[in-house]
Write a protein that binds this ligand. Structure first.
Ligand SMILES: [Zn+2]
Length: 163
């Protein structure tokens, strides 16, 4: 049994993987069978071998069971101390521009989004693009009524908070 410290390259999550041999790891890695228990990324690489590798004695190793770790409370992927590649910055910049373009003619309705989307859908308000905030329940309810709500890739500052 061999333990590898693994890292997902998408969000820099560290976790342990247990393998029969380093060849076993290589096989699973090559076949894309490894994924991050936190974010599900398939972009996995080996960090370093765990220091207790090859430990002898009756001390049973404690497995972290990576597959179960993903059932914990939802955590936003965050990263620090990671150099941000220029492509990433460029991508976010493009995304921000695309989103601004998409919302240029759209009216900010804040937390009244669900109500306004319903009014428009049922013809009680003029058909026009709107954007705002909605809870997951509201979005689910809207979807049940056949009203599509598209999540925005970037957070939007409410107009009243802009100076
Ligand atoms: Zn991850």
């Amino acid at each position: 049994m061999i333990i590898f410290d693994l890292i997902c390259l998408d969000a820099n999550h560290r976790f342990e993987g247990w393998f029969g041999s380093s060849q076993d790891y290589a096989d699973q890695h090559d076949r894309g069978l490894l994924d991050c228990p936190v974010c599900g990324s398939k972009n996995i690489t080996k960090a370093a071998m765990a220091p207790n590798l090859g430990r002898k004695g009756n001390q049973a190793p404690v497995s972290t069971k990576p597959t179960e770790a993903g059932n914990g409370p939802h955590a936003e992927p965050v990263t620090s101390k990671v150099p941000v590649p220029a492509e990433y910055k460029e991508l976010i910049g493009k995304l921000a521009k695309a989103q601004a373009k998409m919302l240029a003619n759209s009216e900010w309705v804040g937390d009244r989004f669900a109500a306004r989307a319903r009014d428009i859908h049922y013809g009680d308000a003029d058909e026009k693009p709107i954007h705002g905030t909605a809870s997951q329940e509201e979005v689910a309810d809207l979807a049940e009524e056949g009203i599509a709500a598209l999540p925005l890739p970037l957070p939007v500052l409410p107009p009243e908070s802009k100076n």
